[in-house]
Every structure is written in C-alpha cells, then in structure tokens.
Design a binder for this molecule. Structure first.
Ligand code: ADP
Ligand code: MG
Length: 274
C-alpha cells in the first residue's frame, strides 16, 4: 500500500469501534495518516479523543474494525499471529499508557534491557541507558519496587534499546518531572534522528516542542496536522473536514453551502446571501 519508503506506518480510513451493538464507542472514525521514518510525531488531543486507540494500532498491538493499518509493510488486520509476534519483538516497540503492563514482575531493570536487546539482536551496554534516564541505583530492582515514574522510564529504555524501526509511546512523560521528561524526550528524539519512526501521544507542551510533526485528534477524527510547513486542516479520504471549534460556531445548524471558485472552496451558512 505505502509506496513512499519514508513511510513507516500508513493508516487508511481507519475505524476502531469498542463494545457491542447496544453500547458501542466509535473511538476512531476514519483516520488517514502516515508516520514517517526519521521523525518524532506527536499525537495530541483531549482525553477520550482516540490517542491511545490510534497508538495501539500504529504499534501493531490492535487491529482496526474497518480500514487498513500497514506497519513496515505488514497489513496488521490481515497478518498471521506469527508475523505480528515477530514484528512486535524485533521491529516495533511499544510503551503502553500504563507502563507496568510492558514490564515483567520477575525481571530487574538490567534484565529488562538485556531482554529487549536480545529480541532486537542488539549489543548494548544497558548501564549507559540506565544512567542516561536517571535510573542508576535501580538496576537490580524489580518493577514492584519502582515508582510509576521509574516504571515509565524503564519501559521507555526497553523500547529504545537496539534501534527499533518504529517506537510508539503512549503519554511517556505523564508521570515524570521536568528533568526526567527531558531525558526521555532526548532519548526518543535520538531514536528518530537515527532513522526510527517515533510516535508519542501527549498533552504536554514540553513534548510538543520536540515534535517534527503534530497530529491533533478531536472526537476520533484527525483535525489538524502541523509540521515544518505550518498548520493544515485534515481532509479524509471521503472528503470530510473537521472544522476548528471557532469555525464550527459559525454554523449552528451544522449545515453549509459549498461554493467553489478560482479563489478556493468557500463554506457559508445556508441563510447567508453572500
Ligand atoms: P485517549 O487516549 O485520547 O484518551 P482513547 O483512545 O483511550 O482516547 O479512547 C477513545 C474512546 O474510546 C473513549 O471514549 C474511550 O472511553 C473509548 N475506549 C477506549 N478503549 C476502550 C475499550 N477497551 N473499551 C471500550 N471503550 C474504550
Ligand atoms: Mg490515552
């Protein structure tokens, strides 16, 4: 599907629905997006806007209810369990919102990093990473002995070991103070600088400052994209545009007349004679 080799992950018309027919939640309502190698992409949006749902798909940890997600050339919805297992271990790393879910109760910090290195056939000195993330002195401890912030840093370190091609981290700085958040962001930016496609969700302005690209979600729809070329509003593959709230206020009946001329496409209220 993706022909551009900068594209590590491609999402086309992605819908994710949770629950049964009687009480279903449409968490993602037709997302079209591409995640590029060598970039730190930050997914922002209010709580409940679909960030975690989108990130689980990008990390090949979930399947879309409709549409396609292609991660490093693998169609996540159509892949065999074996293909997915191999993708997740060797090429795509994942830091869930609840970092403890990525950790093994019986392994120490150093064991976790050695394990991740062996999955990705990498030779690394785990002590260097431990020092970089301010975890020196925690190396021999198991997850239960760590604070939430320490667990978060261990999970990030584990995800960064051995240059994964795609690294996805769901709110990785949520429980960190400024200094530790900065160390985590520098590490993630390094993974991107070495060619990795890094995707992070966050509300945190400190994280957004490090972004090469920002994707903003609103109510399960990609509303806006900001990159080096400035800010643009998203039009999905069926032609839907999500207006920013201040523009939406101009259409209290949620109806618009569309007029196309040489200057562009204009939206006006049905009762507006201009
Ligand atoms: P965010 O990470 O931006 O807070 P989520 O992707 O977690 O958003 O959630 C988007 C919507 O989907 C919310 O309405 C949430 O309640 C719902 N949701 C998320 N996960 C589940 C689930 N496993 N079962 C049912 N609803 C879910
Ligand atoms: Mg979330």
């Amino acid at each position: 599907m993706a022909t551009d080799d900068r594209v590590a992950v491609a999402c086309r018309s992605v819908v994710r629905v949770y629950g049964r027919a009687t009480e279903e939640t449409q968490a993602l309502k037709g997302i079209d997006a591409e995640i590029h190698r060598g970039q730190l992409t930050v997914v922002t949006g209010p709580s409940g806007s679909g960030k975690s749902s989108l990130l689980s798909l990008v990390a090949a940890r979930d399947e879309p209810s409709a549409g396609w997600v292609e991660v490093l050339g693998v169609d996540v919805g159509g892949a065999s369990p074996r293909q997915l297992r191999s993708l997740r271990r060797t090429r795509v790393s994942w830091v869930p919102q609840r970092a403890s879910a990525a950790l093994f109760p019986h392994l120490t910090v150093l064991d976790h990093l050695s394990q991740a290195a062996s999955w990705r056939s990498a030779r690394v000195d785990p002590r260097e990473l431990v020092a970089r993330l301010g975890l020196t002195g925690c190396g021999d401890r198991r997850p239960a002995a760590h604070s939430g912030g320490e667990q978060q840093r261990v999970a990030v370190a584990m995800a960064a070991v051995g240059r994964p091609e795609v690294l996805v981290a769901d709110e990785p700085t949520a429980e960190l103070d400024a200094e530790h958040a900065e160390a985590v962001l520098m590490l993630l930016a390094d993974v991107a600088a070495r060619g990795g496609a890094v995707v992070v969700s966050s509300h945190d302005p400190r994280v957004v400052r490090h972004a090469d690209r920002v994707l903003h979600l609103r109510h399960g729809v990609l509303a806006e994209e900001r990159g080096s070329g400035g800010s643009v509003t998203f039009i999905d593959s069926s032609g839907r545009v999500q207006l920013p709230p201040e523009a939406l206020e101009a259409f209290p009946d949620q109806r618009a007349v569309v007029r196309i001329d040489d200057d562009g496409v204009h939206l006006t209220r049905p009762d507006d004679p201009s």
